[in-house]
Design a protein around this ligand. Structure first.
Ligand code: GLN
Length: 484
């Protein structure tokens, strides 16, 4: 199929799936611009001279990533009419590679949520009235329903991986600092990571390869020196063999086997371990004892950073200028309830009386979570001190992405309170706190009667040591189609 035909098919799907509300700004109806881009890419392909593997492909962006040609709303009333004067670095990189911006996708306001229901533009809909996951739910549904070739989202505590798990797509959160965040609206700077959603791991890798570059405009972007350090350590002879020759050491974190785990998720987890051991890899139990505290630490740290980041949307300089100019009235008027809750939580935990009991403790737990991971992996953290590797330890960890299949969307809107939404992140936040690469890949479990693949799809998470992004993607590929 020509790239132009493919682009037209995605555009047609955007129109026919409009009720899913995956896009806040879809492709423009006047097809002039993107038609021309796709035709040019077709020509380059014919001449055997494509710009990259993404040339002529349609890529959608979560609406907290700045674009010049589309508004950037963060799904917030505060930014309802905002259009950025510049493109984020990741947008530029994708366009330089020949890809076409397929529109801006719906999300939880400022990335805060787990079901994509906290949006000023209405909630995202997944198949069969189920939650799409959040906060990059629009990006995930757009990929799952073929409204674009791939999409970009952000992952602060699981926002790429949870929507991937709920929509049966592949969701990849690279190591913290590898992809540029310049032009990405901050939620919690020490955790925010740009990530990729696609139908297949190979596509996610193609996008990753285009984006994985140092950006001098992003102060958190890993420097060229550190990049080479990470690569040289992880590609030390005894470790680089992992990418070619087998077997791998696969770790199963026992603390993730909680009693609340849905049987279908447990089945899928079991299936994925079975497949890997059939392929000759060794599967061994590991312990990550601090995992139990990771969720509470995350829900202190992320709101604390958010409360400081969002202070600028007070309606005075940025954001909606309401007619009543009284600061006390205007500063909260543009935010939805979840964002207000986060700002209040964050302001509280940073206040002088609460700081030691909350923020400082949470930072300590974060450090211990990182230490757990370092003790589990064979490769040491490449930015930390020697020794570079240990004889014991595993190459990757395999665990569920979420404790259950997607809940009904109505339950997430009306029934369950905020705590229920927070609990969905229990398996994704540890890797976020430690800045590790993690991917969610769809795996099919058997039902109670043992019918293969009938229990439906669950997201299985592959977590690797810092900088081991290639390995994580490789294991994701080994698991693709597992259980079917
Ligand atoms: N659900 C988590 C939160 O609300 C994660 C969000 C994210 O990764 N952006 O904070």
């Amino acid at each position: 199929m020509s790239l132009l035909l493919e682009a037209e098919r995605y555009a047609a799907n955007q129109s026919s799936h409009i009720a899913l509300n995956a896009f806040i700004s879809p492709l423009p109806r006047q097809s002039g611009q993107w038609h021309k881009q796709a035709k040019d890419a077709d020509l380059r392909a014919k001449q055997g001279n494509p710009k990259s593997k993404l040339d002529g492909r349609l890529i959608a962006f979560k609406d907290n990533i700045c674009t010049r040609d589309f508004p950037t709303t963060c799904a917030s009333r505060t930014l309802e009419t905002f259009t950025s004067p510049f493109d984020a670095t990741v947008v530029q990189q994708v366009e330089d590679a020949g890809a076409i911006v397929a529109g801006k996708t719906n999300l939880d306001e400022f990335g805060m949520g787990s079901h994509s229901v906290n949006s000023h533009f209405g909630h995202v809909r997944n198949r069969r009235h189920l939650s799409a996951g959040g906060s990059s739910g629009g990006s995930a549904v757009a990929v799952a329903t073929e409204q674009c070739y791939a999409s970009l989202g952000t992952d602060t505590g699981g926002s790429i991986r949870l929507p991937a798990a709920y929509t049966g797509t592949v969701g990849f959160k690279p190591s913290y600092g590898l992809l540029s965040r310049w032009g990405v609206v901050a939620y919690a700077n020490s955790l925010d990571t740009v990530g990729i959603l696609a139908k297949r791991t190979s596509v996610a890798r193609d996008v990753f390869d285009v984006l994985n570059k140092h950006d001098p405009r992003d102060p958190t972007s890993l420097s060229p020196l550190s990049r080479s350090r990470v690569l040289s350590k992880l590609s030390a002879p005894h470790l680089s063999s992992r990418l070619k020759s087998l077997p791998l050491r696969i770790g199963v974190p026992l603390e993730y086997n909680i009693s609340e785990l849905s049987p279908s998720v447990r089945q899928a987890w079991y299936r994925s371990l079975e497949r890997l051991s059939q392929q000759g890899h060794t599967v061994e139990p590991v312990s990550l004892p601090m995992t139990n505290h990771a969720l509470s630490a995350y829900y202190i740290l992320a709101p604390a950073e958010a409360s400081s980041n969002l202070a600028k949307y007070d309606g005075v300089r940025y954001g909606t200028q309401f007619t009543n100019k009284l600061y006390a009235k205007t500063r909260g008027a543009g935010f939805g309830p979840e964002v207000k809750r986060r700002i209040m939580l964050g302001a509280f935990s940073l206040s002088a009386q609460a700081m030691d009991n909350y923020f400082v403790q949470a930072q300590r737990i974060r450090r211990l979570v990182q230490r757990d991971f370092d003790a589990a992996f064979r490769a040491a953290h490449p930015l930390a001190a020697e020794p570079p590797y240990s004889q014991t330890g595993v190459d990757v960890l395999i665990c569920p992405t979420a404790p259950s299949p997607p809940p009904s969307i109505n339950l997430t809107i009306n029934g369950a309170g905020p705590l229920d939404a927070y609990i969905n992140d229990v398996f994704t936040v540890p890797a976020s706190l430690a800045g590790l690469p993690a991917v969610s890949v769809p795996v099919y479990g058997d039902d109670a009667a043992g019918n293969q693949g009938s229990a439906g799809v669950a997201g299985i998470q592959v977590i690797g040591q810092y900088g081991d992004d290639e390995l994580v993607l490789k294991v994701s590929e080994l698991l693709e189609g597992c259980g079917l």
